[in-house]
Write a protein that binds this ligand. Structure first.
Ligand SMILES: *Cc1c(COP(=O)(O)O)cnc(C)c1O
Length: 404
């Protein structure tokens, strides 16, 4: 433990549930891609609160807009119209080529709505026990239904019985998908992340995405793509599946959409847009004026500042620099991802690197035990990316040099 840590961190722990293996750090402010802890120690932020802080911290145009909104109205509830819901929905429809949006507050809620859409899609055509295809290593959230869709026993353990109606298949294997669904009239949807985030930065191949799209069309299944982590510009396109030139039927979003303000959304194409009727679904907080303003302003600033192009360019720069420093080292299995969503898979578990990086002044995460994950704010510059590499590469080299 870090002896310099403020006693407030220790004192704060006894009353919060023991749900996280937290580092002994409390962040108190940020500016751009940098944050400071309560003791004044600076860190370079290559995690963005897990792909949430799209615009970094204390953004000079987002903050005044949110202050203005807070002073007007924070919450009104869905008994009434919220004008910015329509504005943000129209924008998401334009960017996705889809047709209608439901707003909620988190990723798992967006995924719950997607699962409900798929089930009702089935019921509406007379399928009483609808089944949804999901993937190995997937992560869709921690509600009972979304943890059941998740492909990670650690997430599921202790929470059975799991929700039924899921068929699990491996990634990027079209024959396995065909075999698992062959002759099954109850299949209603295929549900996956374009790039698995928590599962270890595992991308779906472009040709596989296109084959799944064709299979969904041929069988009248919904193609449901969880872009909660890989969406909202992180890969250099608004949505990661757009690299494959396809359009899904249902797309849950959350993390980066509000640049830090809790927000979730399910975007639906024509086949799924009118499944929900009044009374089928809803939420108290979802789509509230503060979150909607955050979404509208986040997208506006991303467009004005060319942050998609920045994510693509700085992501490529970061990736090249990491490859130059690390590729070919014994113990580095693969460097993968797209744009500012990068995973460095090592040959053995490396969770210890999150603390070591923080000690060195860099915020990262390790996922799937052995994958160093970088998800910086989309405003990061090439020079700041070089700083990330300068801090991270020596830590990985030193880690690999230690006995396993
Ligand atoms: C984080 C995440 C979720 C869950 O989002 P919460 O807001 O934590 O509920 C779902 N799907 C993916 C792909 C995620 O990365």
């Amino acid at each position: 433990m870090n002896a310099a840590v403020s006693p407030f961190i220790e004192a704060a722990s006894p009353h919060t549930m023991n749900t996280y293996g937290r580092l002994p750090i409390a962040l108190s402010r940020g500016q751009g891609v940098r944050v400071w802890d309560v003791n004044g120690k600076p860190y370079l932020d290559a995690l963005a609160g897990i792909a949430v802080n799209t615009l970094g911290h204390n953004h000079p145009r987002l903050v005044p807009a949110l202050q203005d909104q807070v002073a007007q109205i924070i919450h009104s509830c869905n008994y009434y119209h919220v004008p910015n819901q329509e504005k943000l929905a129209a924008k998401l429809v334009e960017l996705s080529g889809m047709s209608n949006v439901f707003f909620c507050c988190t990723g798992l809620e967006a995924n719950e709505a997607a699962l409900k859409l798929a089930r009702k899609f089935g019921h509406d055509k007379g399928i009483e026990r609808p089944e949804i295809v999901v993937y190995e290593h997937a992560f869709h959230g921690r509600s009972i239904a979304t943890l059941s869709a998740t492909g990670n026993e650690k997430v599921q353990k202790g929470f059975g019985p799991l929700v039924e109606g899921f068929i699990r298949v491996p990634l990027n294997d079209i024959e396995a998908l065909k075999k698992a669904t062959q002759g099954n009239p109850n299949v209603v949807a295929v549900f996956f992340e374009t790039i698995q985030g928590e599962g270890g930065i595992n991308p779906m191949r472009v040709d596989y995405l296109q084959q799944v799209r064709a299979l969904c069309d041929a069988n009248d299944w919904l193609m449901m793509i969880d872009e909660v982590q890989c969406g909202m510009g992180r890969t250099g396109k608004w949505f990661a599946h757009q690299w494959a030139g396809i359009v899904p039927d249902v797309m849950p979003l959350a993390k980066g959409l509000g640049s830090g303000v809790p927000i979730g959304a399910v975007v639906a194409g024509p086949r799924a847009a009118s499944i929900f009727q009044p009374g089928n679904h809803g939420t108290t907080f979802g789509g509230n004026p503060l979150a909607m303003r955050a979404g509208v302003e986040t997208i506006r600033i991303m467009e004005e500042d060319g942050l998609l192009a920045n994510a693509a360019a700085v992501g490529a720069h970061l990736r090249t620099a990491l490859e130059r420093e690390l590729a070919g080292l014994a113990g580095v299995k693969e460097i993968r991802g797209q744009g500012l969503m990068i995973g460095i898979e090592l040959a053995r578990p490396c969770n210890v690197l999150t603390q070591r990086a923080a000690d060195a002044g860099l915020l990262i995460s390790v996922t799937a035990d052995s994958v160093v994950r970088l998800l910086p704010p989309l405003i990061m510059t090439a020079a700041e990316a070089d700083e990330v590499v300068a801090l991270l590469a020596p830590l990985i080299r030193q880690f690999l040099a230690e006995a396993a």
